[in-house]
Design a binder for this molecule. Structure first.
Ligand SMILES: NC(=O)c1ccc[n+]([C@@H]2O[C@H](COP(=O)([O-])OP(=O)(O)OC[C@H]3O[C@@H](n4cnc5c(N)ncnc54)[C@H](OP(=O)(O)O)[C@@H]3O)[C@@H](O)[C@H]2O)c1
Length: 345
C-alpha cells in the first residue's frame, strides 16, 4: 500500500522531504549489478543525456562497452566528448532532439532508421519541472509533452518504422537473422518517479488540453505526468508482449532524489538553499545511475516483460497505473491526440 504518498508531492518542499526520507527507509535489494554485466556489442540510446542522471548513465554504459547514442537538445558535441574522456570509450555519438517539438522527434526517428547500428536498448530519461506552463510549437503544454507525450510519440514512431516489434502494429521481417542492425530493440526503460503515486485520479476529460499553471502547481502536475508515463510503460509492455511471450522488455524506475539540474527553474532566491540540500542529501548522478544500468545490462532481467524499480528495490507500481483499463484508455486518447502529428516521417 502506498497510501501515505498521497499529497506528499503536491509542493516542492514536501516533495524534497519525502524524497530524502525515502532514501533512508529500509528496502529489499532486487539484485546485484556485476562488473561482468557488460554491454559490449550493444547500442544504447539515451535521451536527456546532456545533464544530471542521463549524462551519468551515458558514462556508466559507455564504461560497460556499449555504443552510446546520446539524444540531446544541448551540449552537442561537448557532452559527448566528455563521455568519451570519462569512460575511455570512443564509440559515443550524439543526436539532436528537442522533445517539445513533434517535428524534431520525427526527424530523430528518421535518423535512427538510417543508422547502421540500431539501438538494442532505449533509455527514455528526459524530464522537467518548469516554473510555469509554456506552449510547444504544436500548442501542447511543455511538461505534458516532455514528461509524457513525446515518449508516446517516439515509441509509436519506432514501432511504425519496425524498430520495435509490436504484434498489434507491424513486426519486423522475422525471416531476417536477429543480428547486426536488423536486431529489434530488446529493452525499453523509462525514468519516472515515485511521485506517480501522488495523484488521486486521472483527468481523462482534460487529456492533452493546454493548462495554465505556476510554480506551485508544477510539482503536482509533474506527479500526474509521471503517472501517465508509468501507466503507458505498463500498457506498452502488455501490447509488445502478448500471449505471455517476452519480445521486448519494458522497465520503469525512479532514481530517488538526484543531485542534478532538475530544479533549475526554481525561484532564484531558493537556489542556494536547494543546491545545499541537493549536495548534502541527494544522491550523486553517478550513484543514482546504478538501477538504470542494472535494468539495461543485467541478465537477471532477461525474458521479463515488465519491471519497476525504486532505487535498487523492486516495487509494485500504483494500482491506477497497473489497471489495464486505464492503460487502454490512455493509449486510445494518446493515439487520438497523435492526429495533430501523423506517424509519417
Ligand atoms: N533529480 C531528481 O531528484 C529526480 C527524482 C526522480 C526522478 N527524476 C527524473 O530523472 C530524469 C532526469 O532528470 P535529472 O534529475 O537528471 O534532471 P536534469 O539534470 O535537469 O536533466 C534533464 C535532462 O532532460 C533534458 N531535456 C529537458 N527538456 C528537453 C527537451 N525539450 N528536449 C530534449 N531534452 C530535454 C535536459 O536537456 P537540456 O540540458 O538541454 O535542458 C537534460 O539533459 C527526469 O525524468 C526526472 O523526472 C529526477
Amino acid at each position: 500500500m502506498h497510501e501515505p504518498y498521497k499529497k506528499k508531492y503536491n509542493n516542492p518542499v514536501t516533495a524534497v522531504i519525502t524524497g530524502i526520507c525515502d532514501l533512508f527507509k529500509k528496502k529489499e535489494i532486487c539484485g546485484v549489478l556485476r562488473e561482468a554485466d557488460r554491454l559490449d556489442g550493444k547500442t544504447v540510446f539515451i535521451d536527456g543525456a546532456s545533464s544530471g542522471l542521463g549524462f551519468a548513465v551515458a558514462v556508466a554504459i559507455a564504461k560497460r562497452g556499449a555504443r552510446v547514442m546520446m539524444a540531446c537538445r544541448s551540449g552537442i558535441p561537448e557532452k559527448g566528448e566528455k563521455v568519451k574522456q570519462l569512460s575511455g570509450n570512443q564509440d559515443i555519438h550524439m543526436l539532436h532532439v528537442d522533445l517539445t517539438d513533434l517535428s524534431s522527434i520525427r526527424h530523430l526517428v528518421s535518423v535512427i532508421r538510417n543508422l547502421d547500428h540500431k539501438p538494442d536498448i532505449y533509455i527514455l530519461n528526459a524530464g522537467i519541472v518548469p516554473k510555469k506552463s509554456r506552449k510547444t510549437p504544436q500548442g501542447l503544454e511543455e511538461m505534458f509533452m516532455v514528461n509524457y507525450f513525446a515518449k508516446f510519440v517516439f515509441i509509436r514512431l519506432l514501432i511504425e518504422n519496425g524498430l520495435i516489434p509490436d504484434a498489434r502494429y507491424r513486426m519486423p521481417d522475422k525471416s531476417q537473422p536477429a543480428t547486426g542492425n536488423r536486431q529489434p530493440a530488446s529493452r525499453i526503460l523509462f525514468v519516472t518517479s515515485e511521485s506517480h503515486r501522488n495523484p488521486e485520479k486521472f483527468d481523462w476529460d482534460g487529456f492533452g488540453n493546454y493548462k495554465d499553471y505556476g510554480i506551485k502547481q508544477s510539482m503536482e502536475l509533474y506527479g500526474y505526468y509521471k503517472l501517465l508515463l508509468v501507466t503507458f510503460s505498463r500498457e506498452l509492455s502488455r501490447q509488445l508482449n502478448p500471449d505471455g511471450k517476452t519480445i521486448t522488455s519494458v522497465f520503469a524506475m525512479c532514481p530517488g532524489p538526484v543531485n542534478s539540474n532538475i530544479a533549475r527553474e526554481a525561484p532564484t532566491i531558493f537556489q542556494p538553499l536547494l543546491k545545499l540540500i541537493f549536495a548534502l542529501f541527494f544522491k550523486s548522478p553517478a550513484a543514482a545511475a546504478k538501477p538504470v544500468v542494472y535494468l539495461a545490462a543485467s541478465p537477471d532481467l532477461d525474458g521479463k516483460p515488465y519491471d519497476y524499480l525504486f532505487l535498487m528495490s523492486r516495487q509494485e507500481i500504483d494500482e491506477k497505473a497497473a489497471d489495464p483499463g486505464n492503460g487502454k484508455r490512455l493509449w486510445e486518447l494518446s493515439e487520438k491526440l497523435l492526429k495533430i502529428a501523423p506517424l509519417t516521417l
